[in-house]
Design a binder for this molecule. Sequence first.
Ligand code: GAP
Length: 483
Amino acid sequence: MSVSEKVVELAKRRGFFFVSSEIYGGVAGLYDYGPYGTLLKRKLENVWRKYFLSLDENFFEIETTNIMPEKVFEASGHLINFVDPAAKCKKCGTFHRADQIMEEFLHESFEGKTAQELTQLIKKHNVRCPRCKGELGDVSVLNMMFPVGIGSDKETHAYLRPETAQGVYINFLRHFNILRMKLPLGLAIIGKAYRNEISPRQLLLRQREFTQAELQIFLDPRKLDEHEKWNEIANYKLLLLSGKKVTKLTCNEIVKKLKLPKFYVYYLAKMQQFFLNELCISENKLRLRQLSDEERAFYNKIHVDFEVELEIGWKEIAGCHYRTDHDLSGHQLVSGESQEVFYDGKKFKPHVLEVSMGIDRIFYALLELNYAEDKDRIILKLPAKLSPYTVAVFPLVNKDKLPEKAQKIYNELKQHFDSVYDTDASIGKRYYRQDETATFLAVTIDYDTLKNNTVTLRMRDTKKQVRVKADKLIEEIKKLTNL
Ligand code: GAP
């Protein structure tokens, strides 16, 4: 079994995530999260929230609607440009994403190739339908947005948002005026995005409904080549892909060699630190890749992706996007409402630097990268702050007043940590059950607890056990988990 198959098996068995509407056969690209998955996802979102919103005192979180009128996407350019190349099988009628089937065929990226180029490549290499081996037709482009008709006559054309970002742009001026009228201003949304993917696959990596965590930083373009906290990261090394290898370059070197603005590179550093220090992804599993002109999204002037190495190869999980005033200009043009601010002696439309992350992709990467097997057990070695439950509490046996004592300790612990109580099966089985759902610590109440008020505290990764005074347990768990 491959690691991803094992992760899927575990995810399904323990209810982390599974195909949505399964009793009706399921729909490709739609997934539901069970209790463990939901806890992990919320924790991941909260780590993101705490980390990115505390980077600057002028950063805030907002919430906007998922359904937005067509004009929004006319202004943003999504109506015309948010398309993927598709090839239809002449035999079975299935649509395939043309760049993806080429990538699977030749094991290199074909992102950004035109429909015409992809048609020629498919013909040249005689690529056939992956489903029925039928002949593929010419490549055309399909818009990826989900249309919605609003009202009983469904006359008002709208779309489910394909990115959280537009909700921020259409609100920018209001928040600029309500808040401190100061730049940079950061507005973040953690919420759903919807894309009618042509070939949803690879589990949570390519879904039709997914969660994004995006921070839009509005800045004065005159200040693009500076950042007030530059010195903090000037000598910090970034894991930049150059050719086929990762080269570690300091932020100063990146500014010089790649001619990237300091404001932008500062956020590259902060994003990398988020993955390495907050999510504890190992350095050798992460890299930054600068996208070429053909590859980068239509709204970006500078585009660097963050990729993690999974079993299927390197996968994009996040991006740092310099969107200039592309979006505010579009909204000004289509709405007729000025999006300019008067700031520091000048009237202008702020530029946008976007920190964009896919929560579900990171979620999946965390499961796969932390999946481990050790003789007869599966361990999910998530950092304590992400473990769905921090601590499990077990009475050794279900008699002799041990459950009463264990319940008392559990009730105390759950005031401080996400805690779970378990009495089913042998103690060994209970430990293993918690190990595979990432529970960081386990507390066992035994006969000695009744005599001297001590408990056994067991660490998930090492199986090491220590005896701890029950009244020092909270302190000890805080020390071990940093929570
Ligand atoms: N606002 C910019 C934007 O949406 P993107 O690169 O299209 O940029 C941002 O998406 C992130 O959202 C990606 O890095 C990825 O993690 C996630 N993402 C994109 N499409 C996805 C899909 N179909 N399923 C799951 N996650 C997706």
